[in-house]
Write a protein that binds this ligand. Structure first.
Ligand code: AMP
Ligand code: GLY
Length: 433
């Protein structure tokens, strides 16, 4: 099979790495790819947002399966364009991807389907939003009304969610989205929702439009600095599996959330084929959906796929063809995985690019470096090209072992300003004695 992966981050590198293990693969392309995918696939200089050019290229190169990595092309309808060309693609249509690309639409779908999620108010009108806050404050008291979560409706690259600790922060958030329009159209409507306390969990599932095949759970770390300090990022690390994700909890999430969501999308005329990502908060009252995404998560995929022992290509083709019932359930390694993002100084703010990267050849055997912001310069040197540069991943008998191995290697990667969080997976390490 000839396979094309769309995207250029560490998620796409690990997708390529796993797909490349399939005996069914005959050729692998990644568009646009990065300095890491170049070693295992042929990078193709296509713009993932130019759907016609991507589909045309896939047609001319007899691609049997295209796997879409990022949210933007999915939300824009790349899958519909591929389907119109008769091309097989792993990923939801534009209508089904609304579960991620419109938080207002998704919230209504979840509530209508009876899926546990935070109660929310939505509006595109600033005065109505202010009036809602005033009503809540009158009802609960100005302090007890908070925290609240203010979310932009559309895709916002991690910048669309603001936790408001008081009325001032809530009003400032509404002003940013609805008045200043700092996120453009993505922030032209907002959700104001109840703040949920608990432990966050990511659970991915393959879906063929009707059936749901959950993968193994993972936890990611979104804040830039240790102890969840600092600004939100695309993700600074992840591990799998978290001890609190018991088989009973995972079964309840599949039964009460993943399966009803896939049924609701089907009933809405938007069957979901691809990877459904449940972002969950495990509260004292049980699991709640924070959000669904319509794609593999980054960096969770970098710790989930290294644990997969089955053929990812077979699973993706079966999902795309609507026949997940014809393949064996995925088999998983008992080993855990821990992944740490090596980032550029300044990320998620401004950072330098083009800095030479060394040390990849000094990593211990079995340590994987999945590339994100890297490229080869004209001299063939590997240099930085983004804020998240690499995800370093180790496996181990336990999360604690995997964590120790990955951190023993992080300091061997060198580029000017390289930095990482030091607490990924730390909560899984049993206290001594
Ligand atoms: P989202 O993009 O919806 O996953 O939100 C980004 C992050 O904001 C999540 O990973 C949570 O840490 C936090 N968050 C979102 N919604 C809530 C909520 N209702 N209560 C508490 N935290 C939330
Ligand atoms: N890990 C967060 C995301 O992929 O959205």
């Amino acid at each position: 099979m000839r396979v094309l992966v769309i995207g250029g981050g560490a998620r796409e590198h690990v997708l390529c790495w796993k797909l490349a293990q399939s005996p069914h693969l005959s050729a692998l392309f990644c568009a646009p790819g990065n300095g890491g995918t170049a070693a295992i696939a042929e990078n193709v200089p296509l713009d993932p947002m130019d759907f016609a050019a991507c589909a045309d290229w896939a047609e001319r190169h007899a691609i049997d399966l295209t796997v879409i990595g990022p949210d933007d092309p999915l939300g824009g309808g790349i899958v519909d364009v591929f389907a119109a060309h008769g091309l097989r693609v792993f990923g939801p249509t534009r209508a089904a991807a609304r579960i991620e690309s419109s938080k207002v639409w998704a919230k209504r779908l979840l509530l209508d389907a009876g899926i546990p999620t935070a109660d929310a108010y939505h509006t595109d009108d600033y005065d109505a939003a202010l009036a809602y806050l005033a009503r809540r404050e009158a009802e609960h008291g100005a302090d007890a009304a908070y925290p609240l979560v203010v979310k932009a409706d559309g895709l916002a690259a991690g910048k669309g969610v603001i936790i408001a600790h008081d009325g001032g922060e809530a009003r400032a958030a509404l002003n940013t989205f609805l008045v200043e329009r700092r996120l453009g159209a993505a922030g032209s409507a907002v959700l104001i929702e109840e703040y949920l306390e608990g432990r966050e969990l990511s659970l991915f599932a393959l879906s063929d439009g009707e059936r749901v095949v959950p993968l193994v759970p993972a936890c990611d770390y979104k804040c830039a600095y240790d102890d969840d300090e600092g600004p939100n990022t695309g993700g600074m690390g992840a591990y799998s599996p978290p001890a609190f994700a018991t088989p009973e909890l995972l079964a309840a999430i599949a039964r009460d959330m993943l399966i009803p969501a896939v049924r609701a999308l089907h009933a809405a005329g938007a069957p979901f084929r691809g990877l459904l990502y449940a972002g969950l908060m495990i509260t004292a009252r049980g699991p709640y959906v924070l959000e669904f995404n319509a794609r593999f998560g980054d960096p969770e995929t970098q710790v989930v796929l290294p644990r997969l022992e089955s053929d990812l290509l077979e699973l993706c083709v079966a999902a795309a063809d609507g026949r997940l019932d014809t393949v064996a359930p995925p088999r998983w390694s008992d080993e855990a995985a821990c992944g740490v993002v090596i980032a550029s100084r300044g990320y998620p703010g401004p950072f330098a690019k083009g800095l030479p990267i060394t040390g990849l050849d000094a990593l211990d055997p079995g340590i994987r470096a999945f590339h994100a912001g890297t490229r080869r310069d004209t001299d063939g040197r590997l240099v930085t090209s983004g804020g998240r540069v690499l995800t370093l991943v180790a496996r181990g008998a336990t999360v604690a072992d995997a964590r120790a191995r990955v951190y023993a290697n992080a300091g061997r990667i060198h580029f000017d300003g390289a930095r990482w969080r030091t607490d990924i997976g730390a909560r899984e390490v049993a206290p001594a004695g």
